[in-house]
Design a protein around this ligand. Structure first.
Ligand SMILES: Cc1ncc(C[n+]2csc(CCOP(=O)(O)OP(=O)(O)O)c2C)c(N)n1
Ligand SMILES: [Mg+2]
Length: 787
C-alpha cells in the first residue's frame, strides 16, 4: 500500500491544518479584521476572551488527517470530541469543509462570514465554547469530561460500516466513566457492529496539572492500553512535516488493521476478540501557539489550556504576540481575496455526507426508524376485580420487551442496557430471544452470553448510560434498567443528556428528534428485602424534576398493566427522558388494561371503586403515587370503611407525576380548575408518595389547597426488614394513614379516638410479630381488597 504522502499532499494538508488553527485562534480572539488585512488593533479584539486553545491544534491535526483517510478509503466516519472544550477546532473544520454554512447560512464562506464566525464564538447570542448540539457532526457535549468513549461505542453498535473516531483527552482519561469505557471493546461484535478508533490525545496537561498518562513511562502506558485489549500506535513529536508523515502512515496502518479484523470476522467467519487498533497522539499542548508569554513557557505546558494571552486589549506586547501568532499561519496563502478557502485546499475535505460535519449518523433523528411495537393486549394481566390477584409488574414487562426485541431484530435498532440486573429486575424473558453481549472468554455454565447478544450488561452505570446515549443519538432505541438507588451514579450524565435534548429540540432546528432515553428503575426503595439501607434511595426523581419540563417525564405505574401502557408510550416518545419506577415483587393488581389505558392517558384520576364520596363531596382526599404507597393507601381506605363507614373518602392515584405541576410549568401539568376538582379547595389531602415527600410539595406549592396537603414518603428510615416494616418505619403504612386521617378530618376528633387507639395497637402487634417470626403478620401478607 502506498502510505507515504507526496510533498504536494503534505504541503496542502499542512496548509489546511494552518487554516483550521488560524480559525480556532480567530474565534477565541477576534471581533473584526478576520483576515488580518490591516494591522491588529485593540478594538479588533473581543472584550472578554473565553475559550480553549490548548487542545485545538491537536484536534485540527486529527481532523485533517481523518479527512484524508475518509477520502482515500471512502470511509463512513464520525468524530467524537472528548475534549469538547476544543469546540473552536470542530467549528473551524466543519466551516472549512462547508457543513457549517449549509446549516447556518449567515456564516458564509467569505470574509464577511469569517467575521461572523469569529464574533459568534463564546459571545452573547452566539454559540457555546464547547462542542454542543449546535456543533455540526457532534454527538458528544464534551463540556463535562468523561463520556466520549462510551458515546463512541454506543454509536458503533449495530452500525457495521461506521467508524467512530473518538478523541480522548489525557485528562479526560483520568475520569471514572472514561476509564471504565475502555472495556467496551469486549462488547463490540466485529461483524455486526462498527468500529471505534480511540485516539488518546496525550498533550501532557489538563488545566493546571500534568496528566497521569503523560507522566508514566511510554512502556507502561503501552502495556496499560494493551491490557485494555487495544493495539496502540504512537505518533509523537512537534515538527509538522515529520508529524504529518507519521500520522498519515499510522492511519493507513490502522485502516488496514481494521480491514483485516473485518475480513477475518466477516469473510472468514472467524470467532475471535479483536485487539482493535488505537492511536496515541503525543504533541505539545497548544502546539504552534506562543512559545513564551510574560517570560513563562506556554506552548507545551498547561498555560496554553485556555487563552494563552489574556491581556491583548491592554498590553501592547500581548497584542504583538497575538499578531505574530496569527500571522504564523500565513492566512494570505490559505484564503483568496474574497476570504474563501483556496479551492486546492477545500478539495482536501470529503464530499457531501462523507464530511464529518454532515454525516447523518451524528444527527441520528435523520436515520430514526420507528420501533415495531407489539399489541400490549397480548401481555395484559387479567384483572376482573381490583386488588385480588398478584403479579410481578416487571416480569410482565419482560415478556413485552422480549417481543419488542424480536419484532425489531431485523432492523437491529433496539437494545436493553443495565448493570448486571436484567434478570434480577425480572426482565429475563428477553433471554428467550437474545443474549447478553459478550465478546470475551466464555466457559461452560455461562448464562446467555454471546457476541451477538443485544442485552448490554456491564457493571458500570456510566458505561451503560454512555452506550445508550450514543445509541440513541445515532438514531436507535433502547431502555436502561437499573436499581433505583444506584441510578444516582449517573446523575450528572442524565443532566448533560437532558440539557442536550433541551437545546437540540428547541434551538437547533436542523437536529431531528431522537428516541427518548427510558429509565426503568426497579428494585426500588420499598422492597430491598435483602439489601437494606444502602439500597434505599428514591431521590433520582428529585434530580430529574430539576430539568426543563419539556424534556422530562416521571411515571409511577402502580401495577403491571399500567406499567405496560407506560412502557409502550415511552418507547413511542421522542426527545424526552422518561423515568419509570416500578416494582418487581408479586403485588396486588388494580387496573384492568382498559382502566390502565384510561388512567395512563389521564396520568392522574379518581379510583371510583375505592372511593366513597359518590355525592362528590369528600371529607378527605387520599392520594397515592407508586406501587407500595398505593397498596398502603387502599389498605388504609378499607380500614376506614370498616371502622368509620360514614367517612367520605376520595382516592386519587397519580401515575404521571408531572400532572401535579401547574400547566404553565409543565406540558403535562393540570390546570388549576382540574387540580382543584380532584383535590378540592379545602379538604385535607393525605398524599402517600413513593419518594422523598418534599418533592410533592415542590410540585404543588402553588395549588389552592396546598395548605391542607400532608405528604408521607421515604424519610431515610430503613434497614433489612420486612416489606411492611419499611412502610411502618417511614410512616406510609395503612395504620399510620388511618391515624393521619383521624388527626386531620375535623369532624372525627374524639369520636374516632378508639379507632386511633386500635391502629396504635395494630402497629404494636406488628412490631411484636416481626421480631418473633421474622416476617409480616398474615393479615398484612394476605391482605386483599375486599369491596
Ligand atoms: C468532569 C469534569 N471535571 C472537570 C472539568 C473541568 N475541566 C475542563 S477542561 C479540563 C482539563 C482537560 O484536560 P484534557 O482532557 O487533557 O484536555 P486537553 O488537554 O486536550 O485540553 C478540566 C479539568 C470538566 N470539564 N469536566
Ligand atoms: Mg490534555
Amino acid at each position: 500500500m502506498d502510505s507515504t504522502l507526496t510533498q504536494d499532499e503534505l504541503d496542502r494538508m499542512d496548509a489546511y491544518w494552518r487554516a483550521a488553527n488560524y480559525l480556532s485562534v480567530g474565534q477565541i480572539y477576534l471581533l473584526a479584521n478576520p483576515l488580518l488585512r490591516e494591522p491588529l488593533r485593540p478594538e479588533h479584539i473581543k472584550p472578554r476572551l473565553l475559550g480553549h486553545w490548548g487542545t485545538a491544534p491537536g484536534l485540527n491535526f486529527l481532523y485533517v488527517h481523518l479527512n484524508r483517510a475518509i477520502r482515500k478509503y471512502d470511509l463512513d466516519m464520525i468524530f467524537v470530541t472528548g475534549p469538547g472544550h476544543g469546540a473552536p477546532a470542530i467549528v473551524a473544520n466543519t466551516y472549512l469543509e462547508g457543513s457549517y454554512t449549509e446549516l447556518f447560512s449567515a456564516i458564509t464562506r467569505d470574509a464577511h462570514g469569517l467575521s461572523r464566525l469569529f464574533r459568534q464564538f463564546s459571545f452573547p447570542g452566539g454559540i457555546p465554547s464547547h462542542t454542543a448540539p449546535e456543533t455540526p457532526g457532534s454527538i458528544n457535549e464534551g463540556g463535562e469530561l468523561g463520556y466520549s468513549l462510551a458515546h463512541a461505542y454506543g454509536a458503533a453498535f449495530d452500525n457495521p460500516d461506521l467508524i467512530v473516531a473518538c478523541v480522548i483527552g489525557d485528562g479526560e482519561a483520568e475520569t471514572g466513566p472514561l476509564a471504565a469505557a475502555w472495556h467496551s471493546n469486549k462488547f463490540l461484535n466485529p461483524t455486526r457492529d462498527g468500529t471505534v478508533l480511540p485516539i488518546l490525545h496525550l498533550n501532557g496537561y489538563k488545566i493546571a496539572n500534568p496528566t497521569v498518562l503523560a507522566r508514566i513511562e511510554r512502556d507502561e502506558l503501552s502495556s496499560l492500553l494493551r491490557g485494555y485489549g487495544y493495539t496502540p500506535h504512537f505518533v509523537e513529536g512537534s515538527e509538522p512535516d515529520v508529524m504529518h508523515r507519521a500520522m498519515a502512515e499510522t492511519l493507513d496502518e490502522v485502516i488496514s488493521e481494521i480491514n483485516e479484523i473485518h475480513r477475518r470476522a466477516r469473510v472468514e467467519g472467524e470467532n475471535f476478540r479483536p485487539r482493535w487498533p488505537m492511536v496515541v497522539l503525543v504533541t505539545p499542548k497548544g502546539w504552534t501557539g506562543p512559545k513564551e508569554v510574560d517570560g513563562l513557557k506556554t506552548e507545551g505546558t498547561w498555560r496554553s489550556h485556555q487563552v494563552p494571552l489574556a491581556k491583548v486589549r491592554t498590553d501592547p506586547e500581548h497584542l504583538a504576540i497575538l499578531e505574530r501568532w496569527l500571522s504564523s499561519y500565513r492566512a494570505e496563502e490559505l484564503f483568496d481575496n474574497s476570504g474563501a478557502l483556496l479551492p486546492e485546499l477545500a478539495d482536501l475535505a470529503p464530499k457531501g455526507e462523507r464530511r464529518m460535519g454532515s454525516n447523518p449518523h451524528a444527527n441520528g433523528g435523520c436515520l430514526l426508524k420507528e420501533l415495531k411495537l407489539p399489541r400490549i393486549q397480548e401481555y395484559a394481566v387479567e384483572v376482573s376485580a381490583p386488588g385480588r390477584i398478584r403479579a410481578e409488574a416487571t416480569r410482565v414487562l419482560g415478556a413485552y420487551l422480549r417481543d419488542v426485541m424480536s419484532l425489531n431484530s431485523n432492523d437491529r435498532n433496539f437494545r436493553v442496557f443495565g448493570p448486571d440486573e436484567t434478570a434480577s429486575n425480572r426482565l429475563g424473558a428477553l433471554f428467550e430471544v437474545t443474549d447478553r453481549a459478550w465478546d470475551a472468554e466464555r466457559i461452560n455454565g455461562d448464562d446467555h452470553l454471546d457476541p451477538d447478544g443485544r442485552v448490554m450488561e456491564i457493571l458500570s452505570e456510566h458505561t451503560c448510560q454512555g452506550w445508550l446515549e450514543g445509541y440513541l443519538l445515532t438514531g436507535r432505541h433502547g431502555i436502561f434498567s437499573s436499581y433505583e438507588a444506584f441510578i444516582h451514579i449517573v446523575d450528572s450524565m442524565f443532566n448533560q443528556h437532558a440539557k442536550w435534548l433541551d437545546v437540540a429540540s428547541t434551538e437547533v432546528t436542523w437536529r431531528r428528534p431522537i428516541a427518548s432515553l427510558n429509565y426503568l428503575l426497579s428494585s426500588h426503595v420499598w422492597r430491598q428485602d435483602h439489601n437494606g439501607f444502602s439500597h434505599q434511595d428514591p431521590g433520582f426523581i428529585d434530580l430529574v424534576a430539576n430539568k426543563k419540563a419539556e424534556v422530562i417525564r416521571v411515571y409511577l405505574p402502580p401495577d403491571a398493566n399500567s406499567l405496560l401502557v407506560t412502557a409502550d408510550r415511552c418507547l413511542r416518545s421522542r426527545n424526552l427522558v422518561n423515568v419509570v419506577v416500578a416494582g418487581k415483587q408479586p403485588e396486588l393488581q388494580w387496573l384492568s388494561l382498559t382502566d390502565a389505558i384510561h388512567f395512563c392517558d389521564a396520568g392522574i384520576g379518581i379510583w371510583d371503586w375505592a372511593s366513597s364520596d359518590h355525592e362528590g363531596d369528600p371529607d378527605v382526599v387520599m392520594a397515592c403515587a407508586g406501587d407500595v404507597p398505593t397498596l398502603e393507601t387502599l389498605a388504609a381506605v378499607s380500614l376506614l370503611r370498616e371502622y368509620l363507614p360514614d367517612l367520605r373518602v376520595r382516592v386519587v392515584n397519580v401515575i404521571d407525576l408531572m400532572r401535579l405541576q401547574p400547566k404553565e410549568e409543565h406540558p403535562h401539568g393540570l390546570s388549576s380548575a382540574a387540580f382543584d376538582s380532584l383535590f378540592t379547595t379545602n379538604k385535607p389531602i393525605l398524599f402517600n408518595y413513593h419518594g422523598y415527600p418534599w418533592l410533592i410539595h415542590r410540585l404543588t406549592y402553588r395549588r389552592t389547597n396546598h395548605s391542607n396537603l400532608h405528604v408521607r414518603g421515604y424519610k431515610e428510615e430503613g434497614t433489612t426488614t420486612t416489606p411492611f416494616d419499611m412502610a411502618v418505619l417511614n410512616n406510609i403504612d395503612r395504620f399510620q394513614l388511618v391515624m393521619d386521617v383521624i388527626d386531620r378530618v375535623p369532624a372525627l376528633g374524639s369520636r374516632a379516638a378508639l379507632v386511633r387507639q386500635a391502629m396504635q395497637h395494630k402497629l404494636s402487634d406488628h412490631r411484636q410479630y416481626i421480631i418473633e417470626h421474622g416476617e409480616d403478620m398474615p393479615e398484612i401478607r394476605d391482605w386483599k381488597w375486599a369491596y
